[in-house]
Design a protein around this ligand. Sequence first.
Ligand SMILES: NC(=O)c1ccc[n+]([C@@H]2O[C@H](COP(=O)([O-])OP(=O)(O)OC[C@H]3O[C@@H](n4cnc5c(N)ncnc54)[C@H](OP(=O)(O)O)[C@@H]3O)[C@@H](O)[C@H]2O)c1
Length: 211
Amino acid sequence: MLYLVLQQRFFSFSSFTRRDMFGYFLGFLLIWFLCWWIRDKLKVGKVSDKNVFITGCDTGFGNLAAKVLDRGGFRVLAGCLTEEGAQNLKEETSSRLKTIPLDITKSDSIENATDLIKLEVGNRGLWGLINNAGIPGILCPTDWLQIEHFRRPIEVNLLGPIEMTLKLLPLIKKARGRIVNVSSVLGRLALTGGGYFPSKFGMEAFNDSLR
Ligand SMILES: NC(=O)c1ccc[n+]([C@@H]2O[C@H](COP(=O)([O-])OP(=O)(O)OC[C@H]3O[C@@H](n4cnc5c(N)ncnc54)[C@H](OP(=O)(O)O)[C@@H]3O)[C@@H](O)[C@H]2O)c1
């Protein structure tokens, strides 16, 4: 009986008037807006104790994230590929922000960065790792490409972040921290040929394996 009433009321579209539909739509919008508002009000506590390491801070999203988190009071450790990138970032941020030289494709550079991070974070551990460094490589039809064109984007966008994550996992666990791997919609949809797509699809798989 209850089933029939519910079906009649909620699943039989022919019984909806325009006014009903408008009411449900407004209700949905209101709930959605409320959830959004509550989510935006959530704040991370004690940010001055929280260390965040970001790769690829010379330019682009990594550079922006470093500046925003630094302004927000976090202890930012910014991985930079070039000395020039590190210098420019230092000039635009507070003395809290530390730059760390990092070429994500080289194991000794990752090792060195890990040692510097350990020294900086001490007993607090690492609260955030943002694997952002990335390159597009050559994007074009697959039959125009050689295997070498695939190697570099896969090394920078996938193998490097995996190695960095493995090295930093103990510090992240210590701080009950978070890992943000910057992927792309092109990690869901391979629009053309090139190493970028396999690298970002791989990153999606790595994310799933971490959850
Ligand atoms: N831009 C977009 O529309 C878009 C869309 C979806 C996803 N993404 C992803 O977002 C991330 C950042 O992209 P972006 O647009 O900000 O690119 P970007 O401006 O080129 O920044 C990438 C950063 O990674 C650094 N980098 C390059 N090779 C490196 C290496 N071997 N080791 C360490 N760092 C290295 C670059 O340093 P240098 O500047 O010194 O080369 C640069 O600082 C990438 O993972 C990208 O795939 C971007």
